[in-house]
Design a protein around this ligand. Structure first.
Ligand SMILES: Cc1ncc(C[n+]2csc(CCOP(=O)(O)OP(=O)(O)O)c2C)c(N)n1
Ligand code: SF4
Length: 331
């Protein structure tokens, strides 16, 4: 029998773990937008998996009451890929830093776009390595000197939007951490989109980035959808080249005006799951996570055995204790 459920609220996605980001950090806006997006979509916590790497941003899964994996630096996407392929029914979200996803993890970032697997990637783009004390990350423009750098940055920046477009992501967007309402909308659109989706989130690091600050973004950010007849959607494959070219031009806009919103959305390219189904027709009805691994008809490992093996790595994250009524999603 299906459990009787009641509406999921943002509160259901909060945990009792102390959020230890610096006061004023843009990460708070991303956390709130993600929790709100998940509850607005009425996803149950057990239907969601959030995977992070290492960094200030990497702590996010501890603060969200859902399946969460805080994994190795730069390895969130391979973990998420395994989870999604094993259980395509889960909503899988990668949440990581610009250093994590576009530095050490850049090859995996490209691979996800090539595959068009149905995963949403959220980049905390603060242009620095926050957790390791403010070194330049791959998104810091050259010539810029933030607080912890002795001299201006010598290296050119990678452009996350252009890289995502070139890699094949079929949903490419940019948000701003301090505009929670707009970011919530973007995250919902990304989750609903079938295929690899990325949102590059401009995230002020109030401790180490004294150039791209909240004040700076407030003056320069504008919304694509409010700027005339912007239409990023590919509804027919013949529109692809033209829409990609337009998105690339917008991706290069940085300085006086910084666009946020949806740069590109291709509704026509098949996902990796669609392609797998053409070879394994039972893939969606009997995905690997629900298929026993057996030898001569006998399972070699049960889910109980697996839990025993992994139990020492599990961190007990509980829903926030006060307001018991709200958190009883499953009544
Ligand atoms: C293999 C490996 N290399 C280096 C580190 C050290 N390290 C920890 S976090 C981090 C960078 C974090 O920056 P970013 O991904 O931008 O996240 P933020 O802290 O800014 O959210 C680095 C280099 C590590 N933990 N593992
Ligand atoms: S160091 Fe920067 S990114 Fe990390 S918590 Fe503090 S303000 Fe946020």
């Amino acid at each position: 029998m299906e459990p009787k459920t009641k509406a999921v609220q943002t509160f259901d996605y909060k945990t009792n773990v102390w959020v230890d980001w610096c006061p004023g950090c843009g990460d708070y806006g991303i956390l709130t937008a993600l929790q709100k997006a998940l509850s607005d979509l009425q996803l149950k916590p057990w239907e969601v998996a959030i995977v992070s790497g290492i960094g200030c941003s990497g702590k996010t899964p501890h603060f969200i009451y859902a399946n969460g994996i805080h994994t190795l630096h730069g390895r969130a996407i391979p973990f998420a890929t395994g989870i999604k392929l094993a259980n395509p029914d889960l909503t899988v979200i990668v949440d990581g830093g610009d250093g994590d996803l576009l530095g050490i993890g850049a090859d995996h970032f490209v691979a996800l776009g090539r595959r068009n697997l149905d995963i949403t990637v959220i980049i905390h783009d603060n242009q620095v390595y926050g957790l390791t004390k403010g070194q330049a990350s791959p998104t810091l423009p050259s010539g810029v000197k933030t607080k912890a750098l002795p001299k201006p940055n010598l290296q050119d920046a990678v452009n996350p939007i252009a890289l995502a477009l070139a890699s094949g992501y079929t949903f490419v967007a940019r948000g701003y951490a301090m505009d929670v309402q707009h970011l919530t909308w973007l995250i919902k659109e990304a989750i609903k989109h079938p295929g690899s989706a990325v949102i590059d989130v401009l995230q002020p690091c109030v401790t180490y980035n004294d150039v791209y600050t909240t004040q700076w973004y407030r003056q320069h950010v504008y919304k694509l959808e409010e700027s005339g007849n912007w239409d990023p959607i590919v509804r027919d494959p013949s529109e692809r080249d033209e829409k990609l070219a337009k998105a690339l031009i917008k991706a290069r806009e940085w300085g006086e005006r910084v666009p946020i919103g949806i740069f590109y959305k291709d509704e026509t390219r098949p996902t990796l799951e669609d392609k797998i189904k053409t070879r394994i027709p039972s893939y969606r009805s009997r995905p690997p996570a629900r298929t026993a691994i057996d030898v001569d008809g006998k399972p070699i490992i049960t889910s109980k055995d697996l839990r025993t093996i992994f139990s020492r790595y599990l961190v007990g994250v509980k829903p926030r204790p006060n307001n018991k009524q709200n958190r009883e999603v499953n009544t």
